[in-house]
Design a protein around this ligand. Structure first.
Ligand SMILES: *[C@@H]1O[C@H](CO)[C@@H](O)[C@H](O)[C@H]1NC(C)=O
Ligand SMILES: *[C@@H]1O[C@H](CO)[C@@H](O)[C@H](O)[C@H]1NC(C)=O
Ligand SMILES: *[C@@H]1O[C@H](CO)[C@@H](O)[C@H](O)[C@H]1NC(C)=O
Ligand SMILES: [Ca+2]
Ligand SMILES: [Ca+2]
Length: 184
């Protein structure tokens, strides 16, 4: 019984209920400026805990924080909206990131813009944040097809099994942004 209580106390001491709920990381001592953290973090027994992502963003452990919009925009506007949020259109490069985004698109039954495009060099798809060539991909069958010679922007497409399509950049879709998680 005594041991049991100690274990509970240690668990509580290290993380605290609120801190565990944030899925964040904790450090042992609060700086004086950190004693009244709210929202994004909290203090528990003088230990500072931080959520890895801003409120409203989803955390994929080992990867990124992800935002999924509820409004539709053309691709350039979506890119600007992500930049305004201090982020970029999502650029999933691992299978787990690709699957994570597809699964959320499926759960929301929506088509979401990604950060991929071939607008500068037809047929060569790059991630727009730094022009690196898209390696691992998740194209739907027959895609990318540059349909009607006007499809240059990559979306996770609801009508194509939440696989990737090259779509017209001026069409309006939901969009997903990514940013690095907070680390301390
Ligand atoms: C923390 O992780 C749990 C289990 O993975 C998840 O259900 C919960 O939504 C997460 N909380 C936040 C704030 O991300
Ligand atoms: C998904 O959305 C489409 C229209 O965009 C609709 O026709 C379809 O019924 C929806 N599917 C589900 C499972 O809600
Ligand atoms: C990517 O390449 C295009 C065309 O060469 C150029 O206009 C653009 O500035 C480049 N973007 C980045 C982030 O380097
Ligand atoms: Ca194209
Ligand atoms: Ca297409």
């Amino acid at each position: 019984m005594f041991t049991f209580l100690i274990i509970i106390m240690i668990t509580q001491d290290v993380h605290g209920t609120r801190c565990s709920a944030l899925n964040g990381t904790c450090k042992m001592e609060c700086l004086p400026t950190e004693t009244s953290l709210t929202g994004h973090g909290c203090c528990h027994l003088k230990k500072c805990c931080y959520a890895p992502c801003e409120s409203g963003w989803l955390f994929l452990p080992g990867s990124n924080c992800y935002f999924f919009s509820t409004t539709s925009e053309d691709w350039e506007t979506a890119k600007a909206r992500c930049m305004y949020l201090g982020a970029k259109l999502s650029e999933p490069v691992t299978q787990s990131e690709i699957d994570y985004i597809s699964n959320i698109a499926r759960s929301r039954n929506g088509t979401f813009w990604l950060g991929g495009t071939d607008k500068d060099n037809e047929g060569t798809f790059v991630w727009t944040s730094d022009n690196r060539t898209i390696g691992l991909s998740n194209w739907a069958g027959g895609e990318p097809n540059n349909y009607a010679n006007r499809e240059d922007c990559v979306a996770v497409h609801a009508k194509l099994g939440f696989l990737w399509n090259d779509s017209p950049c001026d069409s309006r879709s939901l969009f997903t942004c990514e940013t690095k998680p907070l680390t301390i």
